[in-house]
Design a protein around this ligand. Structure first.
Ligand code: PLP
Length: 404
């Protein structure tokens, strides 16, 4: 059993008050709070270990390089990559997807098809639209039903020998739906298509094994999995990464440069031009170790139970409609309430110290599908507990009294 009180004690920010009330943080889908272990790793790096990597022959630089490459190893193990060389450090899920779009994109031809789903975050829509407009590829969308469950029959019908890539989210940030990623990958492989899984939301909440999934690419954002902002991972299967042209040009991604000709470096450095976010990578690896220490299955089980409790409590509120009711769901509660604008609701409950998001959650097509401009979204982290949910519900009831 997971010890929620012991976990909460490791997050200094949770001891804070907000508008005179103890902070209830329910916006982990936007960014998670950071445990002391991660904060201390960042602090230690800048106090004691800072030097540029890969270039120095002096001890400090060698130690910084070891830490940075150690972080790559840790992230490889965290995702069960076949080798750490399949781990490319990027700014986050957004950059990971853009990296694939701009490199793989150069290999695509007019008429090639990319499949995405109806529940993607904008970061897994817009980069493919660029390719559609620049290279004449066709972008096709796997539909979902009114619960927010992907239509797998429609998906299979969309697959063809023209499909070059299937890019879908592992878990929806707006709905909470957990997609049957393994099944999606298997079906895509059967027609020879590559697969990219957006794991920005899934990774903080469940064990992820890229070899078991069989995907070609998997992206994550450090800040959503209790790590620092500005760092993330693009996992790419070695065989596929080797076929891709370079991404950005600059230092570290080259083996040799003359004004006539440049030879590119080996993987993964070929995709990491310039000084990387060294502290970020070290902090991210610490977050991964922290999650492993808590137990990733234990995190999933704990949050699943809390999600069920929260779902029951919210459904008891008069006029509340949950958006996203898939049977396979992670800790995201998106909802609208009759007669109350989501922004007003979120602003009012902030007065009670409750932090939730009210927006389109960078998933405007999802909002269009459900016919709402925005939702209120309470999203769970492993530090949340039933008391947080009770405070949310009480604050919502108070807000509704004022608004109605
Ligand atoms: N994909 C999903 C499902 C997300 O929820 C997010 C962020 O909310 C992203 C991608 C983009 O992540 P980032 O802004 O960290 O690059």
């Amino acid at each position: 059993m997971l010890d929620n009180a012991a976990i909460r004690a490791q997050f200094p920010i949770l001891a804070q008050t907000e508008n005179g009330h103890p902070l209830v943080y329910l916006d982990s889908a936007a960014t998670a709070q950071k445990p002391l272990r991660v904060i201390e790793a960042l602090d230690r790096y800048y106090r004691e270990q800072n030097a540029n990597v890969h270039r120095g022959v002096y001890g400090l630089s060698e130690r910084a390089t070891d830490l940075y490459e150690g972080a790559r190893g840790a992230m490889g193990a965290f995702l069960n990559a076949a080798t750490p060389l399949e781990i490319i450090f990027v700014r986050g899920a957004t950059e990971g997807i853009n990296l694939v779009a701009s490199t793989l994109g150069k290999l695509l031809k007019p008429g090639d098809e990319i499949l995405i789903s109806a529940m993607e975050h904008h970061s897994n829509i817009v980069p493919w639209q660029f390719l559609r407009d620049e290279r004449g590829i066709r972008l096709r969308v796997i539909p979902m039903d009114e619960r927010g469950v992907l239509d797998m029959d429609a998906f299979r019908k969309l697959l063809s020998e023209r499909t070059r890539l299937v890019a879908v989210t592992h878990m929806s940030n707006a709905l909470g739906t957990i997609n049957p990623v393994r099944e999606i990958v298997d079906a895509a492989k059967a027609v020879g298509a590559l697969t990219l899984i957006d794991g920005a939301q899934a990774v903080p909440h469940m064990p992820v094994d890229v070899q078991a999934l069989g995907c070609d690419f998997y992206v994550l954002s450090g800040h959503k999995m209790y790590g620092p902002t500005g760092i993330g991972v693009l996992y790419g299967r070695m065989e596929v990464l080797e076929t891709l042209p370079p991404y950005q040009g600059g230092g570290d991604m080259i083996r040799s440069v003359t004004f006539k000709k440049t030879e590119f470096n080996v993987l993964p450095y070929r995709f990491e031009a310039g000084t990387p976010h060294i502290a970020g990578a070290i902090g991210l690896a610490e977050a991964a170790r922290w999650m492993e220490a808590v137990g990733r299955q234990a995190i999933f089980d704990y949050e699943h139970e809390l999600l069920q409790y929260a779902t029951e409590q919210l459904q008891a509120i008069d006029g509340l409609r949950l958006i996203g009711t898939a049977p396979e769901k992670g800790g995201v509660l998106s909802f609208v309430i009759e007669g109350a604008h989501p922004h007003d609701v979120a602003t009012l409950i902030d007065q009670d110290g409750i932090a939730v998001r009210a927006s389109h959650h960078c998933a405007q097509p999802v909002m269009d599908f459900f016919g709402v401009p925005a939702t209120v979204r309470a999203s769970l982290g492993v530090y949340n507990n039933r008391e947080d949910i009770d405070r949310l519900v009480a604050a919502l009831n108070d807000a509704l009294e004022m608004l109605r």
